[in-house]
Design a protein around this ligand. Structure first.
Ligand code: SAM
Length: 318
């Protein structure tokens, strides 16, 4: 379980002083109703709306991005990026996750058109990270031609018109010196966008770092299943209060793509696409292979392999 870093919870804690939790709960409910109705974060119109959004959504998006970067880091363990551009950064969630994954980061530029979310990000100054917050649109921020080692688009593509995806992604790819990270909700719709990004980026010569095990046809491109993963998120007392929940954790489902350039050939292993099935006779793993997911059965009789397979989880690569 990845919990928000201390400097984030401290900043949120300071903002929460003397704020009515029931008022925040009403605001969080309105924001989440808007998202459920396919609205955008345009519904966040004040400092308190931004705080309500951060309390309810930051733990989950942080855990999702952190889990995606953990999977990618297993493929590129020596990556040590120094600069990051976070587009549609909101309260900086994905930047904080990237900083945790890559302590080498020294500079981050956060772009967002929502001044309330951006102000919240600025209140969360991470130690040893030079932060530049740019209020404006993604298109305007990419016009200058500057590059960053990592470009991050976390839970933002859904807010752009579908027709803009190809052009925006192309500009994000041109802006990324080494890595482009895209994270989306782990829904069929989120996966559809990830798949579109994968096709566009492979055509541009990208090296897919994660989660894909190959550059062939995605085995989940058609059919009832979609490629997504799950991150367990601990819920704080305020999270429980504002979300009106009583279970002390939630499971955030996410889809993602990490694309790279300039890396030597990558050893990506075979990604496990679902919770392994364990019964008395075997562990059965569903792994990523071109066209159709492969079922790998590890029989109990093969003691060492069976013991190792029992420790594997959805999202691991073998
Ligand atoms: C769902 S939030 C995600 C925030 C953050 N990336 C995260 O992962 O928690 C989407 C963010 O994208 C921003 N956004 C959407 N369209 C934008 C655009 N065209 N230009 C700049 N920011 C945009 C919104 O203001 C909002 O802060």
């Amino acid at each position: 379980m990845s919990a928000l870093p201390g400097f984030v919870t401290a900043a949120l804690g300071a903002k929460l002083q003397n704020v009515s939790r029931s008022d925040l709960r009403t605001r969080a409910q309105r924001i989440s109703d808007s998202y459920r109705g396919r609205g955008t974060s345009g519904v966040i119109r004040s400092e308190l709306d931004a705080l309500a959004y951060a309390i309810v959504r930051m733990p989950a998006t942080y855990a999702a991005v952190r889990a995606a970067l953990a999977q990618a880091s297993e493929v590129i363990p020596d990556a040590a990026p120094r600069s990051l551009l976070d587009i549609g950064a909101g309260p900086g969630t994905a930047t904080w996750a990237a900083r945790d994954a890559w302590p080498s980061l020294t500079r981050a530029t956060l772009v967002d058109e929502n001044p309330h979310l951006l102000a919240l990000a600025e209140a969360m100054q991470a130690p040893a990270l030079e932060l530049s917050a740019q209020h404006g649109t993604i298109t305007a921020s990419l016009a200058g031609g500057a590059t960053a080692d990592v470009v991050m688009a976390s839970y933002v593509l859904a807010e752009l018109p579908d027709a803009a995806l190809r052009a925006t992604l192309g500009r994000l790819w041109d802006t990324a010196a080494f890595l482009l990270v895209v994270v989306e909700p782990g829904t069929p719709d989120g996966f559809k966008r990830i798949l579109a990004c994968r096709d566009i980026l492979i055509a541009r010569g990208a090296q897919i770092v994660a989660p894909c095990s190959h550059d062939g046809r995605c085995p989940l491109a058609d059919g009832p299943r979609w490629c997504h993963f799950s991150a367990r998120v601990p819920r704080s007392r305020d999270h429980l209060l504002v979300k009106d929940a009583n279970v002390p954790f939630e499971d955030e489902k996410f889809s993602y793509l990490v694309a790279g350039k300039g890396f030597p050939p990558l050893d990506r292993g075979r990604r496990i696409l679902a919770t392994p099935k364990v019964d008395k006779s075997a562990v059965t793993l569903t792994v990523c292979t071109p066209d159709v997911p492969e079922q790998r059965r590890v029989a109990r009789g093969d003691k060492d392999a069976y013991r190792a397979a029992k420790r594997l989880d959805w999202g691991d690569a073998i």
